[in-house]
Design a binder for this molecule. Sequence first.
Ligand code: FES
Ligand code: CO
Length: 332
Amino acid sequence: MNTAEMLRDTVLENEWHPVCIAGELNDKPLSVTVLGERVAVFRTKRGVHALRDLCVHRGAMLSKGWVEGETLVCPYHGWKYEGNGACVCIPAQSKEDKIPARARAEQYRCMEKYGLVWVCIGEPSAPLPDFEEFENPGYRPLPCGPYQVKAAGTRVIENFTDFAHLMFVHGGLLGHPDYAELPDFKVYKEKGRVYTGDVPIFQPVAHSGSEAKEGTTYVYVKEVFRPLAARLSKRDAATGQTLWILLTVLPVTEKECTVYMAVSRNYGFDVDDRQFIEFQNTVFEQDVWIIETQKPELLPLDLQAELNHKADVLSVAYRRWLIELGVKIGTA
Ligand code: FES
Ligand code: CO
């Protein structure tokens, strides 16, 4: 589906979507696509702003311009737009002439949180929750990505809810096929989120035939808190060392998305942050290889369409939630 054929999705339009890593938005504006809509994102002293990436004069891309003071300057004839969309300067007219009221770019809501810049092209239906593990300076939050994925964002979130692939897709890194059996676990649903109870997973240090194995039991809890945003915690049951991952998806078009993560930890502050980012990159590459080749490309919401196993309880709860919300893009 190309941009022109993009479906309307009143649920996803009213969501906050991640558009870039906050530290990477500096003096240059950025062009991003949110649900097929081009958006110019820029930073001034007052903060981050998002405008429809289209100059109302002759349709040039504002993101190809530059930031000057509190304005974004169109590269074609130099009209200057403030963060609220108002045009405050038309260089071709005398300073005494009034600027027409219609000279306004459409403004979108934009904010910075968890090391990411977020945009909503509609009216936000819910605020982003406060996750202290990504805001507390006592932990170490690290933004990761962007990862461009040629698949529906819903497939990426569903993959994130999955436990039974850890021993296969990430065998050696996050589990081992010899320890693939999962305990029964529960899934809970509250207003605005679905989440699991504790799910212990044994990760052997090194695999060595059938001898008694050394390794670590990690306790996972996974949660989907928005249709395209989820998080997990992975706790070493013995030491309490915990890693949190917030994964969030920008739906570019129906079958393309950009994924961002914030990874936070309460241990290993002496370990180079790059190592954590590289580990995350490796793990996510392993997932993408599967996700981009799944059929059908759109997540089937007919619960009989694929074979659900008891290990898929969170995935099924996620699909049910998407049905309830009425999410159209990325589903079938
Ligand atoms: Fe933007 Fe003319 S097209 S100033
Ligand atoms: Co995975």
